[in-house]
Design a protein around this ligand. Structure first.
Ligand code: GAP
Length: 453
């Protein structure tokens, strides 16, 4: 249950995200496009770090997974065969009093009667299915024959390209095909900031296997995915695993877990890990008339592979990272004055900027030149930020708010003015502890790189 503290925390997070350039509303200067978001300079780095790390552990570091980048525009027949055209819908009602369109399954009830949450009216239409897919027309004509869809999930191109990937990558079961990309759903009530959007990104793996391996792999992938979240800075204590009850599971699934996170607005789904049996490949085999079977060389058996699918949302994970990182603490400055420090405690691997580089004074050319030299050394290896404006304490605070885990100050010691033994050393400041240490410029890459990768 969210409290007013949680609501306040969420407000502060939203405000920081705009103020510091993580997230902006799409089309803001025209009043905003509901359910669509633009990611600013810090947001785009955070997103990239998340996607790169997912790709690294789910594809590059494994021998049994290959990648795919499918098209967003999707053949109508694909989504007909998958069942999306007929069944990917929410039940909707209209309120005849205030004309609001509402999700029928989310209406509050008083004395057994459903009510409009906007005006309290009880004069509601019967529920009607509202398809969530964005439909478009390809080519010059706008008729039934030119209908195409923006994909509602990345998974379908993995299924339809299963045979091509199998033939070209020469993999044996079990093996997976991974994809990161945009998906689109015409959500009726986009809400909770970027949590439920109309345009979002997914990171999906379809892991194909023999029929008797499905349940084991479902549990294997759940553990792998929980470990992933821990490795990006989301502690296991904040994650909940929901075993989706039989009644709520898709009819073709033999088991589904939802991995949920304690957002300030409640415990909500980050990712689904589902054992989808052979439903998808069979549906496309039937729909296309093309065989999508696998031939097992050892057993000489031919069968349609089963699939286990860990399917995560980029935007939701990004929001979890931001919520987890956000902290306010009271600190006392050198003059004994207390102030609130806002700090984004991102795991260094996820942090948008890894290191801030600061000459102690901007009007000392030798300091500036040395700081630029240090900046040039680090820049090709990691995201850095050079800042010479304002008091050093202010510059540290600005980077605390951006979540930069390390700060480097180039001072008179660096220039050798306080003794030769300190020449070519810099102050390394740690964001979380605010501790400072003296390190050699020559050692910087060796110290920083393993922590940020
Ligand atoms: N291929 C399976 C699939 O798409 P899903 O549970 O509908 O399953 C998977 O979506 C993940 O995609 C969700 O766990 C969530 O992280 C993300 N997602 C789904 N709808 C979303 C939306 N409207 N806005 C943001 N993320 C969404």
């Amino acid at each position: 249950m969210s409290t007013s503290n949680d609501a306040q925390r969420m407000e502060k997070i939203v405000s920081l995200c705009k103020r510091r350039g993580f997230i902006f509303q799409s089309g803001e200067i025209y009043g905003g496009l509901n359910g669509a978001w633009d990611f600013g300079p810090l947001g785009v780095e955070l997103k990239r770090n998340l996607k790169d790390y997912w790709w690294r552990v789910m594809v590059r570091e494994r021998d049994d997974v290959v990648g795919l980048d499918g098209s967003i525009l999707t053949h109508r027949a694909v989504l007909k065969a998958s069942g999306h055209e007929d069944t990917f819908s929410d039940p909707m009602v209209d309120c005849r009093t205030c004309k609001a369109r509402l999700r029928a399954d989310q209406l509050p009830e008083t004395n057994g009667a459903k009510q409009c949450p906007n005006c309290g009216g009880k004069d509601l239409t019967e529920p009607r299915a509202f398809n969530l897919m964005f439909r478009t027309n390809m080519g010059a004509s706008e008729d039934e024959s030119s209908i195409a869809y923006l994909r509602p999930e990345t998974a379908q191109s993995i299924f339809t390209q299963f045979k091509n990937v199998l033939d070209t990558a020469r993999k044996k079961l079990p093996f997976g095909i991974a994809q990161i990309g945009k998906a689109f759903r015409n959500e009726i009530n986009p809400r909770n900031y970027i949590f439920r959007s109309r345009e979002f990104e997914q990171m999906e793996l379809e892991y194909f296997c023999a029929p008797d391996d499905g349940m084991r792999l479902l549990d294997y992938w759940l553990e792998e995915r929980l470990r992933f979240y821990e490795n990006i800075g989301i502690p296991r204590t904040k994650l909940h695993v929901l075993t989706v009850p039989d009644a709520d599971r898709a009819f073709y699934s033999n088991g589904t877990y939802d991995i949920e996170y304690e957002f300030p607005f409640g415990v909500q789904e980050l990712e689904g890990v589902a054992y989808r049996t052979d439903y998808d490949l069979t549906a496309h085999q039937n729909g296309s008339g093309k065989p999508l079977e696998y031939f097992d060389e050892e057993t000489k058996a031919k069968f349609v592979p089963h699939v286990v699918e860990p399917s995560a949302g980029v935007d939701r994970t990004l929001l979890a990272l931001i919520c987890e990182a956000f902290a306010e603490e009271t600190v006392t400055d050198e003059k004994g004055k207390s102030e609130t420090r806002t700090v984004m405690r991102f795991h260094p691997r996820m942090a948008p900027i890894k290191v801030g580089v600061f000459p102690l004074l901007k009007n000392k050319p030798e300091l500036v030149a040395k700081a630029r030299e240090v900046h040039a050394l680090l820049k090709p290896q990691m995201m850095t930020f050079y800042d010479e404006a304002g008091a050093i304490g202010r510059r540290y605070r600005r980077q605390d708010e951006a979540g930069t885990p390390f700060g480097l100050t180039i001072d008179f010691e660096t220039l050798g003015e306080r003794g030769d033994e300190l020449r070519d050393t810099v102050t390394l400041r740690h964001r979380d502890s605010m501790q400072q240490e003296r390190v050699k410029i020559a050692d910087l890459l060796g110290i920083l790189l393993p922590q940020v990768q």
